[in-house]
Design a protein around this ligand. Structure first.
Ligand SMILES: Nc1nc2c(ncn2[C@@H]2O[C@H](COP(=O)(O)OP(=O)(O)OP(=O)(O)O)[C@@H](O)[C@H]2O)c(=O)[nH]1
Ligand SMILES: [Zn+2]
Length: 362
């Protein structure tokens, strides 16, 4: 028994620290580093960080491509911070909003050789904190001493890397009845990930027969579409149509997964929308920000279905990747039920891009 935080808890704290602009210490097998998220960097902390040694900015291969920086590490690049670079320089590298108005003056010097393990972990951490995927990294000679002197969180990088790749277990918190317009016999189940990330919900309509394939939908949170009635996507109409179909059939399960913006968070999704206003499509915007097209983890949906005793579904979707991910995770998809609603003159191009680039079925 220990009152000290375990690895899961230490990582949850680290996400909070990075979001607040507080550094964290990573202790690896071949060295250690101090890490700060570019998005929450202050001029003072940058100055303090510089005093420790040569600072790198870790960015993803996607962002490096946009910046025309050489990514010698493949999926990531380590940009050496020039002597005279200040906070705005870091922000301009991390955030693509001014890429077109004020193109970055290169060439950017990226590191080649050496070990990029801690840089990669730093990026995984800032991404999981729903921040822009860019992290400042400086090597540390005395990680334990630095962490103690400055009261910083210290992470065992060797154990953390695989830990961050696994799916966090979920705890079922509560179930209660919520009569809906679409179906009076509805219950809401709340699931809480043990890693401290957002909760996810399951809306169960009627009492679906688990022995037969259950009509199911994996709906990803879309604040703009689901709540505000945004015309830029089809999420709101899809949510309502799915519930209506479950109500009409008398049974179904809709998972409301808090993976806003295909897993990048609402702030980053709005950054993507701002880039779309500059002429980029939904996929290009994600790439310019340094994200993949889709950062969601659908193992989560499979885990919740399993917890609800569902092993076989009729899946309401137009997205073949969702079907594949369900099958990979042990949920049999007996049938795809198309869900084509909510096309507007504002989302026509968006839907077309998804069909062309993400393989969505029309
Ligand atoms: N990053 C990003 N996310 C978006 C954008 N438009 C909508 N989203 C998010 O995309 C998710 C919904 O994804 P969709 O592609 O519509 O649906 P899907 O789950 O892939 O496929 P369907 O099951 O057919 O609906 C929600 O989390 C939205 O917040 C966008 O332009 N950029
Ligand atoms: Zn949407």
């Amino acid at each position: 028994m220990s009152l000290a935080p375990d690895l899961t808890e230490t990582l949850a704290r680290a996400r909070g620290d990075l979001r607040m602009g507080v550094p964290v210490v990573l202790e690896g097998a071949a060295g250690a580093a101090l890490v700060l998220a570019a998005e929450t960097l202050t001029a003072d902390r940058l100055a303090d960080m510089r005093a420790l040694g040569p600072v790198d900015l870790a960015i993803t291969g996607r962002r490096a491509e946009t910046l025309k920086a050489r990514a010698y590490d493949g999926d990531i690049a380590r940009v050496a911070l020039p002597e005279d670079a200040h906070r705005d320089w870091v922000t301009a590298l991390a955030d693509p909003k001014d890429d077109l108005a004020r193109p970055m003056k290169g060439p950017l010097v990226t590191r080649r050789g050496g070990d990029a393990t801690l840089h990669r972990l730093a990026l995984t951490l800032v991404k999981s904190a729903r921040l822009l995927p860019a992290a400042l990294v400086v090597p540390l000679a005395d990680p334990a001493g630095t962490a103690a002197t400055h009261r910083l969180g210290c992470i065992d990088a060797v154990a953390a890397a695989p830990h961050l790749m696994r799916l966090s277990p979920l705890d079922h918190v509560v179930t209660a009845r919520v009569p809906l317009r679409a179906a009076e016999d509805a219950r809401l189940h709340i699931f809480r990930p043990e890693d401290g990330s957002e909760e996810h919900y399951a809306i169960e309509i009627g009492r679906p027969d688990r022995a037969a394939p259950v009509l199911a939908r994996l709906h990803s949170a879309c604040f703009t579409g689901d709540l505000l009635g945004s015309l830029k996507c089809d999420c709101g109409p899809q949510l309502n149509a799915a519930l209506a179909q479950m109500g009409a059939e008398g049974a179904g399960i809709l998972l409301y997964l808090n993976q806003e913006g295909r897993g990048i968070g609402l702030a980053n999704k709005m950054r993507a929308y701002a880039l779309q206003d500059q002429g980029f499509d939904t996929v290009e915007a994600n790439h310019r920000l340094g994200f993949e097209d889709d950062e969601r983890d659908f193992r989560l949906g499979a885990q919740i279905l399993e917890r609800l005793g569902v092993g076989k579904v009729r899946l309401l979707t137009n997205n073949p990747a969702k079907i594949a991910r369900m099958e990979d995770s042990g949920i049999a998809v007996a049938e795809r039920v198309p869900l084509r609603v909510g096309e507007t003159r504002f989302n026509h191009h968006y839907l077309e891009t998804k069909a062309k680039k993400s393989g969505h079925l029309l």
